[in-house]
Ligand binder design. Structure first.
Ligand code: SF4
Length: 374
């Protein structure tokens, strides 16, 4: 596949949050005015550098994530959105993440008028006890009010992020969250299992994994959302027909993307770039770490991320894309996975079973052990 044939996404990391949640591993800072102004100037410069490199490429999706882009003021949001205006005619989907406590109707109107097509709101939970436990400042009423504003501003493609966690042994609280979410009728729902292991502070302590219970919560969630008309298209993601997130699909299909802002990553021209996750370093000179990607490693990543999607991965297309890789060498692995009922192989199309999806991280480790560059 020629590089020109790969689609290209743009990710902008906005590393500011009014409230720093203890469980969150994304890079973020408090929005101090002078830091935000320096950040906006540097985003302009970094974007110009990439634009020159990519001058003959079309960017098809844009994603402003964070942190929380909605923690920026109206004026700063306008400044950030202005960078996208010259490429807007090529863009088919432009998502902006918002939080219920920092978004308002004025900001949403600015985003809508700027050309944003999709809003992703971090709800996490509607239950006061859960929100308190997570250290989230929002209330249920703020979520409902923000959702109303999103619809009033004219957005018809909305994602709601939800978190479930295993310390709530009773599925009831999670069921209540799912019910309230479905009642709002968003086009897209993302569900994440809070991993205390990877978190900081109080969330590190006392974590006990009950794998059977975790599996049960996942399976019941998948069934529940399917029964309410949401297609389960990736391990954690569910969408009404025609509303899967194109930007994330582009990443999971190992196409190409440019990431700007502190902690953002890019993958382009068989190289991976990682910006420093410190805004002060990023504002200085040394900011990018670059790694060359071999066909072997890209092919392994295609398999790993391909298996996370319900549609799976076509081995013929994979071999065509990576002619230097002997894709057949994975056959013993597919046989082993099939025997363990982790995957189905049909006409060279690999898809995970429910059991495989539950264990997809373990499958990824096995796949990586076959890639010689690791
Ligand atoms: S608002 Fe979102 S990005 Fe910011 S700290 Fe909380 S979870 Fe992380």
């Amino acid at each position: 596949m020629s590089l020109q044939a790969l689609s290209l996404g743009l990710y902008v990391h906005v590393p500011f949050c009014a409230n720093l949640c203890a469980y969150c591993n994304f890079y973020k800072e408090r929005p101090i005015k002078s830091l935000v102004q320096s950040y906006l100037l540097e985003i302009g410069r970094e974007w110009e550098r990439w634009k020159n490199i990519l001058s003959r490429r079309n960017i098809s999706t844009v994603f402003f994530g964070g942190g929380s882009p909605s923690s920026l003021s109206c004026r700063d949001l306008e400044t950030l959105c202005a960078h996208v205006q010259p490429i807007l005619p090529q863009v088919t989907e432009w998502t902006v993440e918002v939080s219920p406590t920092t978004i308002n109707l004025e900001k949403l109107k600015i985003l809508k008028e700027g050309g944003v097509t999709r809003i992703s709101m971090g709800v996490q939970s509607f239950q006061t006890d859960v929100l308190k436990y997570l250290g989230r400042r929002q209330t249920r009423m703020q979520v409902y009010r923000a959702y109303d504003w999103i619809r009033t501003a004219g957005f018809n493609n909305v994602n709601l992020d939800l978190i479930f966690h295993l310390s709530f042994a009773d599925f009831k609280l999670w069921e209540m969250d799912l019910e309230e979410t479905i009642h709002l009728n968003p086009e897209h729902i993302s569900t994440y299992c809070l991993s205390f292991e990877r978190s900081e502070g109080p969330f590190r302590r006392g974590y006990y994994v009950n794998e059977d219970q975790e599996a049960l919560v996942y399976l019941r969630t998948w069934d529940w959302l399917k029964n309410h008309g949401y297609r389960h298209y990736e391990v954690s993601n569910f969408a009404r027909d025609g509303h899967a997130c194109l930007h994330n699909l582009n990443t999971w299909k190992m196409q190409e993307w440019v990431g700007i802002g502190p902690s953002a990553a890019s993958q382009w021209n068989r190289r991976r770039f990682q910006n420093t996750n410190n805004v002060h370093d990023w504002l200085g000179e040394e900011k990018i770490n670059c790694t060359d990607l071999s066909e072997e490693i890209l092919c392994a990543d295609c398999l790993i991320f391909g298996l996370r999607m319900r549609e799976g991965i076509c081995l013929d297309a994979l071999q065509k894309r990576f002619p230097l890789v002997d894709v057949a060498k994975y056959i013993p692995l597919w046989q082993q996975f099939s025997q363990e009922r982790l995957i189905n192989v049909h006409k060279n199309q690999l898809t995970c079973t429910d059991k495989g999806l539950l264990l997809v991280d373990a499958l990824a480790r096995e796949i990586l052990s076959y890639a010689p560059d690791n």
